[in-house]
Design a binder for this molecule. Structure first.
Ligand code: AKB
Length: 332
């Protein structure tokens, strides 16, 4: 399938990822499937991505390949989501830095060259570090990230602001908390336990959690993340007062609390705790987020708390087994 190439298109880079898959679906609902080009370095795990609209295989580090896609589709908006997340980037720091930074430069430069109207790039709570106030973390505070992912996100935020000031690029960004959705699995993050745990519960399997039971982290259900992203991208430019990235919050819970929330529906669900290297990352991140600037500037309000998310996640995973991760008793 191909688009008209009239310049009304939207390009989603990293469309096969946890957020990209759901965002592409949402954008196709809003703008028409043929106007939203999904791009990913890998062929899609979910056939829907390529069957429902245009798909291109693209490595964001391939500058010429990206230029050709930009030339062909002339997108009005680009969502650049391709990145290595916190835990994976710690295992492969050089590549994490290269993908997260050079990928961003390639997109920003291509957007300047091709006159792209609006760019979205996700930041993360990982921009904060061990000396940041952890409760209700303010928009502007100490930022001393300890992970390659966090360092790349912090640097990236400042580059966004620079491209906005020097090139007039309409760049917009959110500092996502951990994202939880039933349609696509995360990969390589510190907050991934909060997705994996639901899949185990629905399979009737026990779950071994890689964080301690009392580790609080900010989290968000996917419908809220999609709403925040689209609200930000649809807001008039004069309402976007922060061109680095906005703090964004919804809920905060610990592994013990999410377990209890699941046990209200599945009473015999069991969880054990075996913290690994991700514990140290989680301990350096905020427990909760002050997102008052997002609320004030463009009207952000989340809809889902832990109870509502658990009920919805379990319902969907039970009723739509195509989204259930294929787990076996050994796969904890
Ligand atoms: C991760 O855990 O690395 C991500 C994030 C919070 O940015 N989910």
């Amino acid at each position: 399938m191909s688009t008209t190439g009239t310049g009304d298109t939207i390009l989603v880079i990293g469309a096969g990822g946890q957020l990209g898959f759901e965002l592409t679906h949402e954008l196709r609902q809003l703008y028409g499937a043929s106007n939203v080009v999904a791009a990913d370095v890998r062929l899609p795990k979910h056939p829907e991505l390529a069957d429902a609209g245009p798909f291109v295989q693209l490595d964001v580090l391939d500058k010429a390949g990206l230029g050709a896609v930009m030339q062909r589709y002339k997108p009005k908006q680009v969502y650049h989501l391709a990145a290595l997340l916190s835990a994976t980037a710690e295992k492969n720091p050089k590549f994490g830095w290269e993908l997260n930074m050079d990928g961003l430069f390639n997109v920003l430069d291509a957007a300047v060259e091709h006159g792209t109207g609006r760019i979205y790039w996700p930041s993360s709570i990982a921009v904060f570090g061990p000396n940041t106030p952890r409760d209700n973390t303010p928009q502007y505070t100490v930022m001393d990230p300890g992970t390659i992912y966090g360092i790349s996100k912090q640097a990236g935020e400042l580059w966004l602001d620079w491209y906005y000031r020097k090139h007039g690029l309409d760049v917009r960004s959110l500092r996502y908390p951990g994202l939880i959705g039933y349609k696509s699995l995360p990969g390589g993050g510190t907050t991934d336990y909060a997705v994996d745990i639901y899949h185990h519960a629905v399979h009737g399997l026990p779950y071994q959690c890689f964080l301690q039971e009392d580790t609080y982290l900010p989290m968000m259900y996917m419908p809220d993340a999609l709403k925040a992203t689209l609200d930000l991208m649809h807001a008039p430019a004069e309402q976007i007062k922060i061109r680095t990235s906005y703090n964004l919050g919804a809920m905060s819970f610990s592994p013990r609390e999410i377990t209890q929330s699941i046990q209200q529906h599945i009473p015999d669900f069991e969880v054990t705790y075996q913290p690994d290297s991700r514990q140290q990352i989680a301990d350096s991140w905020p427990k909760s987020i002050d997102d008052s600037r997002a609320r004030q500037d463009w009207g952000w309000t989340p809809q889902f708390d832990l109870g509502a998310m658990t009920a919805d996640m379990l319902k969907h995973l039970q009723e739509e087994p195509q989204y259930l991760a294929p787990l076996t008793a050994e796969a904890k």
